[in-house]
Design a protein around this ligand. Structure first.
Ligand code: GLY
Length: 324
């Protein structure tokens, strides 16, 4: 099995071979930027370069940045502990071009690294492109779509809205349209039932974004308006823990060799047992208990979902959605 450390090294080696200088991770507590409390993306430490107030050389850089997403615009705190792929602290693999290459090379590099170097199956990959925003005066990103079409069939290239496909560092600062790469890691049986493209950005834990390629072209000012940057910038962010999970054939980031040594240590210290079998057993017991108690339920479009305390238990008579 390829280890997490080998994967991180391979990313750095790949971008080094493409003329990038490998840089250290910046501290997670941001200095000299009152708009941000913690480093929430690899590009934070390059903000002044992107805004044109600092020397851009070397124009090609890559690194693995420690990030914390617990507040502000990029806040994952509500997801942590509820799913298998968000973390408060994580590593973001990034490559940057400050006025050097732009969309085409960034897309080609990402493809080459994932498919030629890491051997991910192209059939499992879906990409999104910005659908455009009439109110901001930005057209659909046809250019990115045309570069992706060199690598992927049209039904693997999906339009995305401003929420998912226009990346902004914070309320103000560098921003631009982006293309995300999603991986469908479901079984063949599941893929045959529902095509992956229908599950992109739908919170399916097995169809997840691993890499965001941002085409930085604007600075968002405090009045909300966008001003063009003096140079085009590539800013990419790949979720290291998610990539490792895909390459190690796991269905949870926590099952990778990034987390397992710590989890095993906690197991031995606490006597608790980690794992889906434990979780499934707990859920099965809960289900059985619920059946016995027939708990009250809440309506969802297709299912009846039992509610837990503090509501009193009672009879759930729901079998279908009530007429609206
Ligand atoms: N700056 C790119 C990202 O955080 O997704």
């Amino acid at each position: 099995m390829i280890t997490a450390n080998e994967i991180r090294d391979s990313y750095k080696k790949f971008f080094e071979s493409k003329g990038h200088v490998i840089m250290p991770s910046a501290p997670m507590v941001i200095k000299d930027d009152p708009t941000l409390m913690f480093t929430n993306a690899g590009m934070n430490q390059w903000k002044d370069i992107i805004l044109g107030t600092k020397e851009p050389e070397p124009r090609r850089r890559a690194d693995s940045q420690k990030c914390l997403r617990v507040s502000g615009k990029h806040n994952d705190l509500e997801e942590v502990g509820h799913d298998t792929y968000h973390h408060t602290m994580f590593e973001m693999l990034g490559n940057w071009s400050f006025g050097d290459y732009f969309k085409e090379e960034a897309i080609d590099y990402a493809w080459e690294y994932l498919v030629d170097v890491l051997k991910l199956n192209p059939a499992d990959l879906y990409v999104t492109v910005f659908e455009g925003s009439p109110e901001e005066g930005i057209a659909r990103d046809d250019e990115a779509a045309s570069y992706w079409s060199k690598h992927l069939p049209a039904d693997h290239i999906i339009n995305g809205n401003k929420h998912d496909n226009f990346w902004e560092m914070g309320d103000t600062g560098p921003c631009g349209p982006c293309s995300e790469i999603h991986v469908d890691s479901r079984s063949d049986e599941e893929k045959a039932l529902v095509p992956g493209r229908e599950l992109v950005n739908k919170d399916n834990p097995q169809v997840i974004e691993i890499w965001n390629i941002v085409f930085m072209q604007f600075n968002r000012k405090s009045d909300g308006s966008l001003e063009p940057l003096a140079m085009n910038v590539i800013d990419t962010g790949m979720g290291f823990e998610r990539l490792v999970r895909m390459l190690q054939g796991k269905h949870s980031n926590y099952d990778t060799d990034i987390f397992q040594p710590v989890i095993r240590e906690i197991e031995s210290l606490s006597g608790l047992k980690y794992g889906f079998t434990t979780l499934q057993a707990t859920m099965a017991t809960e289900r059985a208990n619920r059946k016995r108690q027939t708990l009250p339920c809440a309506w969802l479009p297709t299912t009846c979902v039992p509610l837990h305390s503090p509501l009193p238990t009672g009879s759930c008579r729901a079998t279908q959605r009530p007429a609206m």
